[in-house]
Design a protein around this ligand. Structure first.
Ligand code: SF4
Length: 380
């Protein structure tokens, strides 16, 4: 529905930086979190007055980071109160909070429920202590399980877990064992991503210096195949390249991204997509706070996307979904007949068994999933 909007709130604080991470995050302090909350509340009020947002109803709210679970409950509560003061929120809105093991005390879980948070996304990443240390995570596997179990005991019925594979030294048996153990927990959702090495990170520097050797592509592909085997067998259906859910528990907020829906992002470095503009807030807290204090939003600084940019992005996002791209809806929205306009490349991939047509949808085949990076790259 046109009136619906998704809201992303970026919490740019962590206990310490993980070795592989290039997200925008700073070391947590109560003082910095307090200043962040003041600015986010001001930003929400600015957006609510702009025609592009006013009168719209939030269908999903995603509090991501960073490590949002570090925030004191009263700080988070004051931000969510500001959200509700400035925007209507559907009673059944999905409200997700990202939580890292080791930062979740039982009374925080109760407070989050009281504040309306109804979905937790827990950053587990690995169940091997050596890999947690390699990644620079500040928690143990046991803390990860305790977090999930405590969340369930506190009444959370929708709990997602994030895992990473393709870690140097991770064997197929260990990976399958990790997946099976996590599937025994009360989880409704799993996101699993291959480790990516970003240049400007401690891991990136170790790889560049030859001190860490990454697993080869075949090994990573084998781990992805294990994922496709073990997780659906436990009852979580794949709905996106890297995402699996029990029936009715797909992440509605992320589905909105993949389906090309509009969203508003608040907080430093948060991205928005509104009225054909895609733009980000300044990443540096001082720049971000300066922008908000001046009474302006990043929307004023953004140029509209070129039609081709929107189309390419819709194509890339749509093919990530297991159901694929609804060709009729795509043509209606972007004025492009994909099968006609991209005939040579689509026909080639269909012949190679990497793309297929299923009831008016164009999607990756099972084999196409394994080679999705290459297919998506060539399509654009
Ligand atoms: S907890 Fe998440 S956001 Fe924070 S440093 Fe680690 S990976 Fe990055």
């Amino acid at each position: 529905m046109k009136n619906e909007l998704a809201l992303y709130i970026h919490v740019p604080f962590c206990l310490a930086k993980c070795h592989y991470c290039d997200f925008v995050s700073y070391t947590y302090s109560d003082e910095a979190a307090g200043r962040w909350a003041v600015a986010v509340k001001q930003e929400l009020a600015l957006w609510a007055r702009l025609p592009v947002c006013s009168g719209r109803t939030l269908a999903t709210i995603y509090i991501g980071g960073g490590t949002p679970s570090l925030l004191p409950a009263e700080t988070l509560g004051s931000v969510l109160t500001a959200v509700r003061r400035n925007f209507a929120v559907y009673p059944a809105a999905e409200i997700t909070l990202e939580a890292n093991p080791g930062t979740v005390e039982p009374d925080k879980l109760t407070e989050w429920r009281r504040l309306g948070v109804n979905r937790l996304s827990v950053g587990v990443q690995s169940l091997e202590e050596k890999h947690l240390r390699f990644l620079g995570r500040r928690h143990t596997a046991q803390q990860a399980e305790e977090t999930v179990q405590a969340a369930r005991a506190a009444g959370f019925a929708n709990i997602g877990v994030d895992l990473i594979y393709g870690i140097p030294g991770l064997g197929g048996r260990e990976w399958a064992d990790t997946l099976r153990r996590v599937m025994d927990w009360p989880v409704t959702h799993l996101s699993a991503y291959a480790l990516t090495v970003e240049q400007d990170t401690p891991l990136g520097r170790l790889v560049a210096a030859g001190r860490v050797i990454l697993p080869d592509e075949d090994e990573v592909a084998d781990q992805y195949e294990l994922l496709l085997e073990v997780v659906p067998a436990a009852g979580l259906k794949q709905y996106e390249i890297a995402n699996f859910a029990r029936p009715g528990h797909s992440c509605r907020h992320n589905l909105n991204y993949w389906l090309g829906g509009e969203y508003l992002g608040v907080g430093p470095a948060a991205w928005s997509y509104l009225a054909g503009h895609r733009f980000a807030n300044p990443a540096e807290p001082a720049d971000y706070m300066g922008l908000v204090a001046s009474g302006t939003t990043s929307f004023h600084l953004a140029a509209p996307l070129e039609p081709r940019e929107e189309l390419v992005e819709a194509l890339l996002m749509g093919l990530r979904l297991r159901r694929g791209i609804d060709l009729a809806a795509f043509q209606q929205r972007y004025g492009v007949d994909l099968l006609a306009d991209y005939r040579p490349v689509i026909s080639r991939y269909v012949r190679l068994g990497l793309l297929e047509m299923v009831g008016g949808f164009l999607r990756l085949t099972g084999r196409g999933l394994l080679l999705s990076n290459a297919v998506l790259r060539e399509l654009v």
